[in-house]
Ligand binder design. Structure first.
Ligand SMILES: Nc1ncnc2c1ncn2[C@@H]1O[C@H](COP(=O)(O)OP(=O)(O)OP(=O)(O)O)[C@@H](O)[C@H]1O
Ligand SMILES: [Mg+2]
Length: 254
């Protein structure tokens, strides 16, 4: 279980997170949405230990992760992908996944034993390209490879920063299935940031909405869709009520 308690973080006067609190269940797919600059990546950076919050605490199960750094977070089972791809471009597709598995062997050996790299590559449609340098794959396949490597990490909590960015509708639908399958196989929780609301609504059990560093709402997709404060943030205060139905149709809340 992930517990975020009153987490704040400022960058030279910019208050990126202001007293953020919520709890995520151990097997939950939790969405994290909000306009550009809302603080989503900052929160993921704080959970994964890349950033130290100014105050507040972050716990995974019984373990306090706050300010302990990325190595410690990884050892406790926090895995992540980045808003911008961070594959090793000159390593092959297979080697990129092996790097993830090395981390998993160190931190969750019992999970590592159950991971078969060839089957994993096959599931993500990458088997035919296993020997190719990752940097030579088309962008959509690089995104899939990032996800395969993330699964190989064997994380208890997987943080995905905009996994659907740059994908077409077909790829996004497949991604939703892949995320559910990762949860089932790895028995993990996922925290998913994305601007594609249709995707987020379709894949998440609950959604947390951030705006200007604060949690505006958290709940099921149905509740978030019907929440007037959320509509206001995305559609403008004056027009919020008559346009609420648009939330369902909006693909990008950028
Ligand atoms: N390293 C940093 N130095 C200075 N300011 C930062 C830094 N990282 C984030 N910020 C600021 O903190 C705020 C939150 O940024 P963050 O990247 O978390 O937003 P986001 O919700 O991920 O946005 P996006 O949807 O555009 O990715 C923004 O005002 C941003 O400019
Ligand atoms: Mg971001």
């Amino acid at each position: 279980m992930l517990s975020i308690d009153n987490v704040s973080k400022s960058f030279m006067g910019v208050r990126a997170l202001r007293g953020v609190s919520f709890v995520g269940a151990a097997d939950e797919i939790l969405g994290l949405i909000g306009p550009n600059g809302a603080g989503k990546s900052t929160l993921v950076n704080a959970i994964s230990g890349v950033l130290k919050p100014d105050s507040g605490s972050i716990r995974l199960g019984d373990v306090d992760l706050t300010g302990r750094g990325p190595e410690f977070a990884a050892r406790q089972g926090v895995g992540r992908t980045f808003q911008n791809l961070r594959l090793f471009p000159s390593l092959t597709v297979r080697q990129n996944v092996e790097v993830g598995l090395i981390t998993c062997r160190r931190h969750r050996p019992e999970v590592a034993r159950s991971i078969d790299i060839d089957a994993l590559l096959d599931r993500f449609g990458l088997a035919a390209d296993a020997g190719r340098p990752a940097g030579t794959l088309p962008y959509g396949q690089q995104r899939r490879l990032e996800l395969a490597r993330a699964e190989a990490l064997g994380a208890k909590l997987l943080l995905l920063d905009e996994p659907a960015a740059g994908m077409n509708d077909y790829e996004t639908a497949a991604l939703a299935d892949q995320l559910r399958a990762i949860r089932r196989r790895s028995r993990c929780a996922l925290l998913v940031i994305d601007h594609d609301l249709h995707f987020i609504m379709s894949v998440c059990d609950r959604i947390c909405v951030l705006d200007m560093g604060e949690v505006v709402a958290i709940g099921t997709p149905e509740l978030i869709r019907a929440n007037p404060k959320v509509a206001e943030i995305y559609l403008g205060a004056a027009e919020a009520a008559p346009h609420q139905k648009n939330i369902r149709e909006e693909r990008q809340w950028n």
